[in-house]
Ligand binder design. Sequence first.
Ligand code: TXA
Ligand code: MG
Length: 322
Amino acid sequence: MSIIKANSDSIAQAAEIIKKGGLVAFPTETVYGLGADGLNPIAVAKIFEVKKRPSFNPLILHISQKDWIKKLTIYDDERIDLLIEKFWPGPLTLVLQKTDLVPDIVTSGNPTVAIRMPNHKVALELIEKSETPIAAPSANRFGHLSPTLAEHVKKSLGDKVDLILDGGKSNIGVESTIVQFSEGNFYLLRPGGLSKEEIEKIIDTQLSLKINTTNPESPGQLPYHYSPSVPLLFLNEKNLKKNSDRKIGVLFFKEKNIDFNFASIKILSPSGDIKEAAANLFKYLHEFESENLDLILVEPIKEEGLGLAIMDRLKKASKKYD
Ligand code: TXA
Ligand code: MG
């Protein structure tokens, strides 16, 4: 895919791509982002496909107007408003309780969502013209460095993106600082372009450290790795026999005929489309949780492409019960 200089025409073209469910790499003041319509689950699934990440990771929703925060999150604390007032647009990402408007694939099934308003003319105009929050991780492949130039994106993601908007060099060059607000406390999840001290000064509150890597041995315990509360196992003869007297919800990858009286049946993608499957995964797991089941049995998926990330999540969920 070619790199196009960002101007009002090319940004309008990029916004059309976003609206149609495509992928656009765009500049922000921190690093380049790989963007998709944040309210379209299939479009968001494409991000994971292209990043080639072997697991899901919750994404940041990028907004161009501060009022979007009210539609996407729920909070009741004036200190949040102070942070927004002072630091948006800018390199501060806030993690707050999400509303139902936010698709589960954006948050990898978590009840919280990360939001930021980038301080970059091109990014803001793209979001505005797309008329939707843009979900975007840094526009690099898994394990590669975060891109600060359009050429970096091209090198890392090549032809996998529908359009790369060139807005020059990202002048901050490191990712945004991520702060989570939860039950009255503020946590620093990732140090970044805005210093901890500046944030603490504005809210007159200390940030507690809760950096992603503090407890690598038990990632399952961290709030951003969702697992269903109902026991989950893979669907096979043994597990089916052993549990035949229990209320089972079954999760099929595609349309299937099995002679068994399941309490609930869900199909990730009737046609067997892996993007659709990824887009539905967390939503369906949540639905099972509210169906009073004893057990969820899931059909294993081939571990390639997005199937790798789907199976990673399911294996982690099943490990607890195997
Ligand atoms: O500067 C930035 O933040 C760049 C530009 C493109 O905006 N974006 C970026 O996205 O760095 P990404 O996906 O590479 O990193 C986002 C981080 C991930 O480590 C993810 O785990 C965390 O944010 N995150 C997102 N949503 C979260 C949530 N609900 N709870 C906890 N962590 C979350
Ligand atoms: Mg990244």
